[in-house]
Design a protein around this ligand. Structure first.
Ligand code: KG4
Ligand code: ZN
Length: 356
């Protein structure tokens, strides 16, 4: 089975072709970084227009890369939410058009489910597994029971962790996406322990019961540290220290919340795998800290390669394959959804809005 996957929910136009034996036949990601650079973040209207400009060409290029024709496709999968609705519509309509023209099934993919299932594309893992989903728009801990069945046991109460990275980076004058830049700058820090003493940062909810997150206080503390530095342009060494302290603090917070989640998971299932996914899962300090935790807790850590952690088309195509294999496809009048929680039964969290 070969499925075309289309991802346009944020600022990456991404297309991939994946076969059900887990071979990625084509994988193209066009980032819109330049288009949004002047604004210091993603502008929804600009994103939607850029997807529209580039998507057709990218699909054609992916087909050429894989040496396939549309007749070789067994299905087409496109992100239908959650995300920036203008962009989502562009990818969804392209997918539906191919499905109608070639009379092949269409799969409406939940972008979050695609992040969660990427680990089954890259590794041979079975349900149930524990998932830490850390992206620019979401920070959640879930138990993946099966395709389409997810139990949210933790979420952010305010900002997503990627948002905390991005907003902190912006305050330091670093470009978008901030997480990547913070990781790069932190590598220039000569003494991480000294950096953490120099820039002490709070660890909201650390040690508390449950596994929810809060990052807004951390972001404010970063701003306070910056405001206390001498006037004028921030020195490179200051930024390196602050980035390093922030990265270590975030890794600590996430480790603490995952430790709590593991207790809950182990009480409820025999699964012993923690999957980390979403754009922030590319962060090496975070991965290290999760690996240490898994070693202590006798669990396996599964972390897809950084290229498959950030938004991509392969995760969408793979979700299409997983669903089609179960006989699941969607009608062509399925709507785009700006909000689409993985666990619709989970209690809403006011401060997090659609991120919960
Ligand atoms: O999953 P993703 O590509 O898009 C969303 O669905 O949100 O995640 C993007 C987020 C951004 O906040 C970006 O700063 C963060 O992932 N990110 C990182 C790293 N690479 C991307 N954060 C920390 N370290 C990284 N290496
Ligand atoms: Zn994402």
């Amino acid at each position: 089975m070969i499925v075309l996957g289309i991802e346009t929910s944020c600022d990456e136009t991404a297309v991939a072709l994946v076969r059900d034996d887990r071979t990625i036949l084509a994988h193209l990601v066009l980032s819109q970084l330049k288009e949004h650079a002047a604004f210091g973040g993603v502008v929804p209207e600009i994103a939607a227009r850029a997807h529209l400009t580039h998507l057709d060409r990218l699909i054609k290029a992916a087909m050429t890369d894989a040496n396939l024709s549309f007749d070789d496709l067994d299905g087409v999968a496109a992100t239908c939410g959650p995300g920036l609705i203008g962009g989502v519509m562009v990818g969804m309509m392209a997918g539906k058009a191919i499905s109608a023209a070639k009379n092949i099934p269409f799969v409406a993919v939940n972008h979050l489910e695609a992040h969660v299932l990427t680990a089954r594309l890259t590794h041979d893992i079975a349900f149930p597994y524990l998932v830490l989903l850390v992206s620019g728009g979401h920070t959640q801990i879930l138990i993946a029971h099966d395709i389409g069945t997810y139990q949210r046991i933790g979420t952010t109460l305010d900002d997503a962790v990627g948002e905390c990275f991005d907003k902190s980076a912006k305050m330091m004058g670093l470009p978008h996406p901030g997480g990547v830049e913070i990781e790069k700058m932190a590598r220039n820090c000569v003494d991480p322990e000294q950096a953490c003493r120099r820039f002490p940062l709070p660890r909201p909810l650390h040690g508390r019961a449950g596994c929810d997150f809060s990052f807004s206080g951390l972001k404010t503390a970063v701003r306070d540290h910056i405001s206390r530095l001498p006037d004028g342009a921030l020195q490179r060494a200051d930024i390196a220290d602050l980035c390093c302290a922030l990265e270590i603090t975030i890794a600590d917070i996430v480790q603490d919340r995952c430790r709590q989640a593991m207790d809950i998971f182990k009480q409820n299932s025999t699964g012993r795998t923690l999957v980390v996914c979403g754009g922030v899962a590319a962060n090496q300090t975070l991965r290290h800290s999760l690996k240490n935790l898994c070693d202590q807790q006798d669990m396996d850590l599964v972390a897809p390669s950084p290229a498959l952690c950030s938004d991509n088309g392969a995760m969408i195509a793979w979700t299409g394959i997983e669903r089609l294999k179960r006989g699941l496809s969607d009608p062509l009048d399925v709507p785009a959804k700006p909000r689409w929680p993985l666990d619709p039964l989970a209690e809403p969290k006011q401060g997090a809005g659609i991120k919960a």
